[in-house]
Design a protein around this ligand. Sequence first.
Ligand code: SF4
Ligand code: SF4
Length: 436
Amino acid sequence: MRFPLALTSKIAAYIIGHKLRRTEKFATVLQLEPLHTCNLTCTGCGRIREYSTSLKDMMTLEDCLGAAEECNAPMVSICGGEPLIYPHIEALIGGLLVQKRIVYVCTNAMFMRKKMREWLASEFLKNASAVERQMTELLANGLINPKDADEIRKGPKDAAKQVIAPSDWVYWNVHLDGLERTHDLIVEREGVFKECIHAIKMAKLLGYQVATNTTVYKETNMVELEQLFDFLSDLGVDGHTITPGYEYDSAKKDMISRLNLQPENFFLTRNVTVQKFAKMEDWMQRYTFFGTPVYFEFLAGKRDLTCSAWAIPTRNMAGWKAPCYFMTDAVGTNGTGHFRSYAELLAQVDWNKYGVVDGVARDPRCENCMTHCGYEPTASLGLNAKPGDTWKTIKFNFGAKPKPTGRGSEVLAYNGVTSGNGHLTGKRAEIDAVAS
Ligand code: SF4
Ligand code: SF4
């Protein structure tokens, strides 16, 4: 199966329950942003720009867990900012598991290996010989060094502190937008791709579940992405999500003022999205994409969907963000664009003002949006269903998981700084171009 049976059953039972009760609007995934602090400054990231004046603030653990209880979405995507910077991340994941939720930890992976070493240190107290065997393998693969191994043998610094353990209900969800050169350019730091791959390899050796999330921009080379998925499938990655990049106002302004780049060269229009995703139906059979075939057909321009942003609400320290993950309008508490409760968000936002219907944007800012956050729930909830959709989705999710393609070793994944082809946010490329 593409997605583990227990998890698929949990989501299906939740949706069917709401359908039987005729609930008009409900949450399927909570985007939980405990903080907006990040160790990176990726080009095109709306979060660190929109919330630049509150980067030091964070939600309490109680608020985070309360938000999940309140909207009751079966899946919680912990994002940010970088969630591994959140000081209560272990307790948050633990609390969400007690609530029996499926948890995605959306991370740039820079602190993943540290968190996994902390788990190994806590395991060392319980079963030293098993951890020694794991460390032998990790050392042989260059994923920890002898100093790390010695630290692990000392056990946890604070035995009472929770750790992030492998679980069938938790996915590391690693941000990867291309092979080394492209990814490091987009995250604006050399070495990040390499660290992501080390972290993924370590996670798979230790039995964690790993997904990746990729955003497609105008300059994304889809052949390169195909190579990325070949490479990742051979690493044993459990699944992928993919979405077209949304043109945040704040990110557009930042690109002009800080990088002197033109946003129209970076973000996708609807037409270009459809061109980029032309092979999506082929890809969804070849790689383990998480989602619905209906959404992938939409991305490939084969059908129309309307937006259901209410089904993937965003909760952060300011409240429940309105109307969606991308836009913040002058509604809610004191016109801040945030509501105090999910119920208020559902009741008070005029949802008919948003999305694209029959090719006409109800709001100009929605015109080029075909993102996962707005349109995947429309597909998974069957809101614009055509005959045969339900069977297609069941077949897709309950069918066999695609096998690794076996082409990963042919991919020149390290095509940036580690191959001596260094760059600094494109500046090196400019210098090379001038020099040649
Ligand atoms: S890692 Fe995520 S939150 Fe941090 S800057 Fe990049 S996209 Fe934004
Ligand atoms: S289409 Fe939906 S998800 Fe996209 S920007 Fe508009 S309201 Fe937000």
